[in-house]
Design a protein around this ligand. Sequence first.
Ligand code: GAF
Length: 389
Amino acid sequence: MTEVANLKNAFKDLFHQEPLLIRSPGRVNLIGEHTDYNNGLVLPAAINKNVYLAIAKNNLKRIRLHSLDLSDTFETGVDAIKRSGKLWPDYILGVVEQLQLNNYAINDGFDLVFTGDIPQGAGLSSSAALECATAYALSQLFQLNIQKLDLALLSQAAENQFVGVNCGLMDQFASVFGKEQQLIKLDCADYTYEYIPFNTSDIKILLLDTQVKHSLASSAYNERREQCEEGVRLIHQHYPEVKSLRDVSEEMLLKYVKPANEIVYNRCTYVVAEIKRLLLACEDLKKDDFTSFGKRMFETHDGLQHLYEVSCPELDELVNLVRDNPYVLGARMMGGGFGGCTINLVSANKAEEVAQAVQQAYKEKTGITIPYYIAEINSGTSMINLNRE
Ligand code: GAF
């Protein structure tokens, strides 16, 4: 917990008072990619990498923010929230705006310092973690008593409306609702969820980080979302009860979408198959059949690469490097795409060996040494009591 002790000291140096301390984790997603904004299901888990945040009221009606990792500062009035012109303050300001829009009384200014160990741009949702940490911190600081689902929804709305990425709910939900050793099977149609045990003593979650983030990531994300909506529109004309791709069958896609727009058809075909795949993968989990589960992960990757077209050469290379590895049960790109990490399910006692072998093989092909992380499944957003750690 040295980073939290450092954070606390930095806060006291800057603002001369005791802060509340909060953490909110990043996430992995085992299967169910680009399904959340289509009313589908997802299977994420919070991981042992966090945003750490220190916060206190300042009696100044000012919001004073400091990023420890970027050594950067931003300040504004509590009643004058607008885009900062930089990226990182917007994740925090967007949450403040959402609280205000929802009539939560932020009736004082506050000072906030944050740090974190979620690798940036790795597709592990550091931005959602910052949003959720902020929402929870403000709820605690101003005694707003905001329920967990609302924390996640407010954080998502901040990303949609303030940051401008039209993301689904998965990342924020996983950050808030994470539980040790449990996956979260979330139904994004009605926000019902169940925890599914996942014991990482048998199978490890290995993340191989391409360290690339191609620039079209957020524009392509919004475009994919529009293409899914277009598919729904085309079918809705014939089946008024169809509201999302969750309600759509392959037959409907063939009949009404394929003739109208081949690209939209490919996008929708992937999503409809992925929603089915997730349900089957959850059946695999019940039977502890990780071989079958892993095969489905490879299928997801293939769909994301060829039909949804959100992969990139670096991700494809990392997946190809493990396809025939007997200790890798499944692998695929994870998250929005165009960079970040692949997620690999690996026999526990071989995780380091596999990671190093892939690292070496990737280096031989590209000259680049990529980092890797073995993720543990952790609990969601919480206060930190340094005396108890
Ligand atoms: C990003 C988004 F933020 C999520 O909502 C989800 O759509 C994911 O991409 C793709 O599954 O992480």
